[in-house]
Write a protein that binds this ligand. Structure first.
Ligand SMILES: Cc1cc2nc3c(=O)[nH]c(=O)nc-3n(C[C@H](O)[C@H](O)[C@H](O)COP(=O)(O)O)c2cc1C
Length: 175
């Protein structure tokens, strides 16, 4: 079983990256191996449905995603959706990289009102790429963070529960 944690925020002070780091710590604490992909480290062209597919970083992203059986996606909420960088990654890598994956979401948002925003992407991954979505979501707001750390212990717990549930479901689906 191969697990991947994606951090999709391009903000150097990202809060969703703290959620990704917490998921990584929770997996490490149980000795569960995983890879990490921070989109800041792999600048991607905007998907144009054509020439962008030939970019070497797109090939690299496709390879990393292609090797994963389970993917934990940590992303910001922008305009009642995930951020464009994550959407762009999915557009560039597509079915070949995402089909049949087990996928979980950790989201950071500016307030509580956008809590169902990830569902458009979840639906798309389910219906288009036959992904299985882990029925544990983490949705955190600024009140859950302080001084560059997750300050709400319940959010830490929920991230760990989500990460371990993703590992268990991925393992089960790998047979
Ligand atoms: C362009 C933009 C759009 C945003 N749209 C929303 C939104 O629709 N709902 C919300 O709750 N927060 C919104 N926010 C706030 C972000 O979700 C929040 O700053 C979050 O911490 C971003 O994740 P990050 O810190 O990992 O980059 C928006 C922020 C930006 C910059």
């Amino acid at each position: 079983m191969n697990l991947l944690i994606i951090s999709a925020s391009l903000n150097p002070d990202s809060k969703s990256r703290l959620l990704a780091d917490e998921a990584s710590s929770a997996l490490n604490a149980k000795g569960i191996a995983h890879e990490e992909l921070d989109l800041r480290d792999l600048p991607l062209p905007l998907c144009d449905g054509g020439a962008a597919y030939g970019d070497p970083h797109v090939a690299q992203a496709s390879k990393i995603l292609g090797q994963a059986d389970g993917i934990i996606v940590a992303s910001p909420i922008y305009n009642y959706d995930v951020n464009a960088a994550l959407k762009n990654l999915i557009e560039l890598t597509g079915k070949g990289a995402w089909e049949n994956k087990t996928v979980a979401f950790l989201n950071a948002a500016g307030g509580g009102s956008s809590y169902m925003s990830v569902m458009a992407l979840a639906n798309s991954l389910m219906l288009d790429f036959r992904c299985v979505i882990v029925p544990r979501f983490v949705y955190a707001t600024p009140a859950d963070f302080d001084a560059g750390e997750i300050s709400n212990p319940r959010v830490r717990e929920r991230v760990a529960e989500c990460a371990l549930a993703t590992a268990a479901l991925t393992k089960q689906r790998c047979g």
